[in-house]
Design a protein around this ligand. Sequence first.
Ligand SMILES: Nc1ncnc2c1ncn2[C@@H]1O[C@H](COP(=O)(O)OP(=O)(O)OP(=O)(O)O)[C@@H](O)[C@H]1O
Length: 341
Amino acid sequence: MIKISQLSKRFKLGMEQIDAVDQINLTIKAGEIFGVIGYSGAGKSTFVRLINRLEEPTSGSITVGGEEMTTLNKKDLRIKRQDIGMIFQHFNLLWSRTVSENIAFPLEIAGVEKAERNERVKQLIDLVGLTGKEAAYPSQLSGGQKQRVGIARALANRPKLLLCDEATSALDPETTDSILSLLVDINKKLGLTIILITHEMHVIQKICHNVAVMENGRIVEQGAVLDLFSNPSHQVTKRFVEQVMGKPDEEVTDETLLQSVSTGKLLKLQFIGESTNQSLISQVAKKFAIELNILQGNIKQTQAGPYGSLYVHITGDDQLVDEAITYIQSTTVKVEVIKHG
Ligand SMILES: Nc1ncnc2c1ncn2[C@@H]1O[C@H](COP(=O)(O)OP(=O)(O)OP(=O)(O)O)[C@@H](O)[C@H]1O
């Protein structure tokens, strides 16, 4: 869907030169949610704005759906941009227009007739969950509702790609979750490819399939979200993973857990994706006449299934306990026996 090669953007500020985006290479598959994460100043906004040429690249190539973006003339670029929707941190709505009129705006520009426009606006209002708010003005809406208008407007011309520039950074955690769920929903329903940039790792954890980590205009690490969580190699990536999983030394140590266990076995179960493992504990408890007691856990849900670890105290008949452990070993969950009682 999208191929980016040797993409660079250099800003000149007087005598100073800033390489905001520095020789980036990326391939993004159709239908995926691709995250770009980095701290402030890493170059994320510049990068995402280069994709639809809100910012002109200094060098490099961007193809979207097989078409080279960097050589399009103004007229062709305007047409191509209908394939690329964008939402913003501060929504960028038209304040003197109602919800319906905001959503209709890109359709008016594209020359869509009134009856068709009204029908499309209705569908979009329904899709983003704003029924009843058609006649409201942006100033009468909450942050989450404003972003829903932004999303509906971005989808008006049925784009194949949606760019999200820190789309949830101005929202509280609960509203952030509802907007992220909406993005997952439209990704699935419409098969829409989504590129989102963020400085928050939980946004990546919750909705992205793949991720690139940026620092000083460069991509320092990229891959599947679960791979980066389980095996971050760059220092910046490690810090982002800690944002979500906590620091290893903040966890209760094995020693403390060991002291609380005198019989049975203490197991550490590591979940690395696979939603089929979601109900593993209840499956084991049902299958074997043993007791399972969760002592500590840190599990996060990702698009590829649960990720994290659980400490479980297992007691009962020795043979059944061993059978239960063998059963867990037959799944993709990694088991480590930390203490034999
Ligand atoms: N129009 C501009 N003129 C000059 N320098 C710019 C311009 N836009 C961005 N920069 C510089 O480019 C670098 C990357 O900025 P960018 O906004 O892309 O980073 P970011 O990762 O999105 O950070 P933030 O989340 O804080 O916006 C920064 O050093 C910034 O000062």
